[in-house]
Design a protein around this ligand. Sequence first.
Ligand code: FES
Ligand SMILES: [Fe+2]
Length: 369
Amino acid sequence: MDENDETSRVRLPAALVPLKNLTRGQVSVARVLQAWYIVARSEELADKPLAVMVWDIPLVLFRGASGRPAALLDRCPHRNVPLSEGYLQGSELVCGYHGWRFGAEGGCRFIPSRVSDEAESRARKVPSFPTREQDGFIWVYATPESAPTTEPYRFAMMSAPGYDHVVSMVTAESTLHAATENALDVPHTAFLHKGLFRSDSRGLTITAVVRRGSDRVEAEYLGESRPPGLVARLLSPSGGAVTHFDRFILPSISEVEYRMGEENHLLVATAMTPVSDFETRLWAVVSFRLRVPHALVKRAIKPLAMQIFQQDARMLKAQTALVKRFGGEQFASTEIDVLGRHIWRLLRAAERGETLPADPLEERVELVV
Ligand code: FES
Ligand SMILES: [Fe+2]
């Protein structure tokens, strides 16, 4: 190409030049380790060790004495092979390489071929992580050998009378922050999920009232009428007043809650697990009490939710790829990106082990839907 040809010398601005290495701090990743995350459904944990991952920490799950879930670092202290490749003997986990046996607390109980039977010593202990089993899920606290001061999130409607539930698990190639923002972002629904969830703008101005607590941020949407989309029509055939809340609760919970009329209540509660910085697993529980037959709703919700999620997942994956290519995020936000920055503030504080004070002031944002 001609050296003097101006067009051949057009340079990308520095900010647009893709960088090779993505370093931490250029993306919205806040590793909140003093927190509970779902790692499996109860029924997945039976008579075999199960390999899972939280914040890039490989863990092995198994059921110890009296069936209580145990979570250990998935690394044998002897020669560092994954303990999840081993097997269970009673309530002990046996490494598949030389047969060292470990208890639920990670202590080494037995070493085959060894004359002395004093197996347990500090150097041979596997770090263990606190666990809980509730609402049909296994939760792990992401800090080993610690005494948690909090308990896992409760799926409140799971024990409420008159409610039914649909549980699904999906994985998104995205940061936890991007996944939570996406789950609670209103403006994309009319566009990315056109026709399914919301449809084209009807020019209706609604108000989001944002309230900030010490462990959460919520937006209440005022002035919404029943959207004409397929989901809304299914939920409330006759329309009526709509109450709509979107909530983020530390460390990784999103709640989307709708009430339509007196007797229709829908809560989509999603507990997200950061498998790694750029992979997030979503455990979604849709709880509903509706006037329309529940059997019908149950059958419709899963494929519909999956279709909505596939659209989100495709976009999140593409976003992650581009953020990596350009060496970090360069987001241009407006006030209708209602919750994203509040979620980030909460996550950052939680990563540092700080608790933000609740803010008594509400923030009001108008948006057109
Ligand atoms: S590597 Fe596990 S027992 Fe040897
Ligand atoms: Fe979406």
